[in-house]
Design a protein around this ligand. Sequence first.
Ligand SMILES: [Zn+2]
Length: 263
Amino acid sequence: MEYKTSGGVTFAYSPLIDVPHGFSTRLGGVSEAAHTSALNLAFDKGDGRETVLKNLALFAAAVGVDEKSIISAPQIHSATVRRVSIADAGRGYFKECDFACDGYITTERGVTLGVKTADCVPILMCAKRGGEGRAVCALHAGWRGTSARIVEAALGELFALGFAPSDIYAAIGPSIGSCCYEVGEDFYAAFDAELREKFVIPTENGKYRADLRAANLALFEAAGVPRQNVDVSEDCTYCRGDLYYSHRRQNGTRGSMLSVIAL
Ligand SMILES: [Zn+2]
């Protein structure tokens, strides 16, 4: 994963993905409150609507997508991946959105897929067969979505569209690292039984440390996506308060990052 700064906005991106995409940081926007400064991209965090839309325009311009094309529906920590079209462009920011989901797939130009996170794992994918037949996908994988295997659900949809595992290129974005993600017995009990054996590890104090990034990477590999096709950010949103909002570090009073991808 690499960083780029354009028009004052810094975002992360993967050289593996050759369509417009980016994972926002908190750098470059106009939010003034301490907890949202400065590139908050969600309406419900205390910033005015105009401030969020200004941030959205700045981020979209930096990444190279049309801000009016972005869809970002309410997220519900599910494994629901929705096929969207140009008719969905703008839903969540400029138009009503009458559905909720945690992932999107499209084969159309003119709609930009957007997921909001602040510790949860954002995942962006591009699938391609030769020079054509492309699709893009964006996922919000929190612990519930990771455990519910939203990556598997999304890959299943892409395979149904005719893509092979080796056609898929993915970037697992900045999220809370196992360094900072201590969880309890209730989490362990609720987590996918197979994934927790490797990725929810007991600590000496009777708790656990969860590695959501590694769990999602394992789901890609289990589905046959070559390891070299998956880029994984090393950034921990909790550790890097200079770069990211963190739900856990900020006790829920925080801004939101947005991760976007478009054909
Ligand atoms: Zn950390």
